[in-house]
Ligand binder design. Sequence first.
Ligand code: IVH
Length: 675
Amino acid sequence: MAMASARKDVAANIEALREKIRHHEYRYFVLDDPEISDFDFDKLVEQLRKLEAEHPELITPDSPTQRVGGKPREGVVKVAHSSPMLSLDNTYSEEELRAWERRVHELSGRKDVDYVCELKLDGMSLALVYEDGRLVRGVTRGDGTIGEDVTLNVRTVRTIPLFISKEKLQKAGLTSNFEVRGELLMPLAAFKKMNEEREAKGLALFANPRNATAGTVRQLDASITAQRRLDYFPYMLLRNGRNYLDRHWETLEALDAAGFKVNQSRKLARNMEEVWAFIQQWEAKRETLPYEIDGIVVKVDRTGLQNELGFTGKAPRWAIAYKYAARAGVTQIEGIRVQVGRTGKLTPVAELKPVAIGGTTVRNATLHNMDEIERLGVKIGDWVQVERGGDVIPKVAKVIDDKDHPRGHATFQMPENCPICGTKVVKTEGEVDYRCVNANCPAKLRETILHFASRGVMNIDGMGDALVTQLTDRGMVKNVADIYKLTKSDLLSLERMGDKSAQNVLDEIEDSKKLPLERVIFGLGIRFVGERTAQFLAEHFGSIDALMNASLEELEEVNEVGPRIAESIREFFDEPRNRELIKRLRDAGLRFAGKKRERGTKLAGKTFVLTGTLAKYSRDEAKKMIEDAGGRVSGSVSKKTDYVVAGTDAGSKLDKAKELGVPVIEETEMEKLVG
Ligand code: IVH
C-alpha cells in the first residue's frame, strides 16, 4: 500500500513538473517571451529527466523530455486523412480577386461577407491528430488523401504541443479529440545555418526552405529533425474531418488559446477593400519576416457559408490564394563562368542579361554543378527563368523554349584547368563536383579568409567581402596567419578605410585570439570539418598538437569521424605549408589548447550501437558514458560493431546484429563494461 502511494506521489510530481515545463516551453517558443532564464529552464528539464530515469515506467511519449527523437523509424508508413487535404486556387491580380468575390456573392446570395486574411506560408502542410489532448499522429499531406506518418519527427518541433490539459482545452472551447492542420516551415535563419554547415562538410545544399522542411520532417531518424529548427503555424481545426466552430476567426483564436503558435499576422476583413489593403501591406513587408511567404490566403469567415460554397476539384470555393509576383524573371544567359570556392569546388555560374527581380537587379545565377546543367539542358544563349528565394543566391530554374525565346547553341564544358590558377581540375569517381586541388589557389584563399573571419568562426566583424578582396588582391594576406600581422598603416592604405574602422578591425582581430580551440580548428577550413566535427576534435584531442600528430586510426576514434574525414584532416596537416601556418598562428597567440573531455581507455577501439529505449539512460547519456570510457558510438550495425546495446522496442538494428553475429548486450552489461 505504502509503495503504491509513494509511486503515486512520484507520478504526480512528474506530471506537475511536466506541466511547468510545458508552460515555459510555451512562453519561450510560442510567445517568444520567456519568464525564466535558459539556465533555470534547463534545470527543470534535468530534474524531470532524472525522475524519469529513476522511474522509466512513467515515461510517456508526450513528456517534454521526448522531443529529442528516439530510435529511427523502420520505414515509411502511409496514413489516410480524415478528410481530403485540399490545395488552393491561385489569383495573381486584383481583378481576379474581385472575380472570385463576385462568385462568392453569386453562389451565396449575400453581399456582406467577412473574410479572414492570412499569410500564405511557404512550407508544407501537415495534419496533427490529438486524442485525449495528446498528440498521437502527425501526417504529411501526401497526395491529399493519403499522407506519410511523421509523428516521431513532429514531436521534436517545439511549437507543437505534445499534450494539452483538459482545462486548457475547455477554456479554449475545444474537445479532447480533434485535428489541426497547418503549415510546417523552416525559418530562414535556420535554413541558412543548416546550408552553411552542409557546405562546410561538402554535402549537397537544399535549394530553398520548403525543400529543407520536407527533407527534415521526413527523416527516418527523428534525432536529425530535432537538431534542425522547424516551426508550425496551424490554420484549420477539425473534428471527424469537419470544421466545428462557426467562424474561421474563432477557430484561429481557439487554437491560439489552446497553446498553438497561430500566426499573428492575420486580419478579419469586413470587405474586399480591407482584404486588398492587407495584401498590399504585406507585399511591401514580406522581406521583414523571418520565414518565406508567397502570398496571402483569403478565406470566407463563416463556416456555414464555407460549407454552402463547397469545392471544385481539389480546391475550396471559399478560399483563394493571392500570389505575389514570383521572385522570378525571364532573361538570357550570355555566358557561363566558373567560380572557385573555399574547398576548391568549381561552381558554374550563369552570366545573365541583367533582370529586375523583386526589387534587385540580378546579373548572375548559380547552376550548381554539371549534373544540374544536364538536368536543365542549359546552353549558352538560352532564355531561362531565374528564381530568387529568401537568402539563397539566384538560380536558373528552367529553360524557356517557345517561339519568342529561341534556344541557345553553345554547350558549356567544365574547364580542364582552374580558371584562377591554371592547375589541372580533378573530379573524383562517384562525386558530382570538380575541384581545384592547388592549396595555394588565390580563389580558395579569398574564400578561406572570409570563412575564417566570419561570425561563428573567428568573429572578426568588419572583415567582410570588400576588405578581404582588397587584402588578398594586394597580396597583403596570403594565408589566415597574415591576418595577425596586419598593422594600422596596412589597413589605412586600403580604400574606404578610415582611422576608426581600421582600429575597429584591429580590435576585432585582437579579440579573436581569445576564442576557444574548436573555433580555430573550424577556422582552418579543413575539408569536411564543420562546426560540430571541430568541437568533437577539440574535446577529444584537447590541443592542436595532439590533433596535428594523430594517426588515421586515432582520428577515427573521434565521434562522427569516419575514414573520409580522417583522411582529409591527415592530408591537411601533412602539408608542410599548413604546418608552417599553424606555427605562425601559435606565435600570434591564438588558443591552441582547450579542455579535453576526460576519457578513459577501458573501451578504446570498441564500437557500440544503441537501439531501443534504455530504462535508466537517455540516448545521449548512454552515448556520453561510452565515449567517456573511450568507446565510440555509431549509428548503424556492421561487422565492425563490437556491441549492440538493446533496450525495449529494439528494432531492425537488433535483427541486423543477430544476422551478423554481433554480441547483443543489455543496459546492465553496458554499465559493467563502462565501469
Ligand atoms: S488553407 C482548404 N492557409 O498553401 C484550405 N493554406 O497552395 C487549404 N498554405 O496546401 C489550406 N499558408 O500548404 C491555408 N494560411 C494558409 C496557408 C496555406 C500556406 C499552403 C498549404 C496548402 C497550400 C495550397
